[in-house]
Design a protein around this ligand. Structure first.
Ligand SMILES: [Zn+2]
Length: 273
């Protein structure tokens, strides 16, 4: 599942390829991808609008159009492809935006879990999917006080807290493991058990790990690549994710994999307390 750094990389690619192009028509081939408004309203409103810029909030892509914002979540396997019209659509092509350049921006999704919403530009921050989102993992947005408040009463393991998009936006399974390793915090620790110093370390690790992964264009694992087949470079920097039974580079103990919050979780039992 793409996390913030991978979505950022998709966003950058899309911006280069489609900014300034107009959508002449949209074909919706799998209606459940469109969450709101109705299919007919979605199609009617979007036709004729220009794609001014593509932005990102958490793991959401935001297509800023002339009048509206298209909010798109890739979920497990959603991808965008820019193709010429003569390239055959596959059975996984579910939404097609026809562009005035003669190309098509196609949304493909093997699992069909992805969602799109269209909302008036002046209201996009009020869309239900945006209202719940916590701060971006940046030095400016992610305040220590917010983390202290979010964690102080929760019995949930800290790994589950990091995956909770209302606490911090954009972190998923890979980076949660990397962040907790970097901060030397055991993934099963209850949120409320973290001391102020540990929360400060955790905040630093969130910001550092996510920023570095953004710089490297995200992580490419197995079949995941960004919208245009280019690969991220962060996989060579992973410390624990996917490293079960390998040696911890800090202490040489063996990295373990357990289940926390129903997710495969990698950690070093010696240096994560
Ligand atoms: Zn270790």
């Amino acid at each position: 599942m793409p996390e913030l750094p991978e979505v950022e990389s998709v966003k950058n690619g899309l911006n280069k390829l489609i900014s300034g192009k107009a959508i002449t028509n949209v074909d919706v081939l799998w209606i459940n991808i469109i969450k709101d408004p109705s299919i007919s309203e979605f199609k009617e409103r979007i036709a004729g609008q220009v794609i001014e810029a593509v932005k990102r909030r958490g793991k959401f892509l935001l297509f800023f159009l002339t009048d509206d914002v298209l909010i798109s979540h890739l979920r497990m396997e959603g991808k965008y492809r820019l193709e010429n019209t003569d390239v055959p659509r596959t059975k996984h092509t579910h939404v097609v935006f026809e562009l005035d350049s003669g190309e098509e921006l196609r949304y493909l999704d093997v699992r069909k879990f992805g969602k799109m919403s269209l909302i008036a530009k002046e209201k996009w921050t009020q869309h239900p999917s945006m209202l719940k989102l916590g701060p971006e993992p940046t030095n400016e947005e992610l305040k220590i006080k917010h983390l202290v408040n979010a964690l102080k009463k929760t019995e949930r393991p800290i790994k589950a807290c990091l995956l909770d998009q209302t606490i911090v936006a954009g972190v998923g399974n890979i980076y949660a493991d990397e962040i907790l390793y970097d901060a030397c915090i055991h993934p099963e620790r209850k949120g409320k058990s973290l001391q102020l110093d540990e929360i400060k370390d955790l905040r630093n690790s969130i910001i550092t790990i996510i920023n570095k992964a953004v710089d490297k264009g995200g992580t490419t694992i197995r079949t995941y690549s960004n919208a245009f087949g280019t690969e991220g470079g962060y996989q060579t920097y992973l410390s624990v994710y996917g490293k079960k039974d390998e040696k911890c580079s800090r202490c040489q103990h063996t990295i373990k994999k357990i289940k926390v919050a129903q997710r495969g979780t990698h950690y070093c039992p010696y240096c994560q307390k």
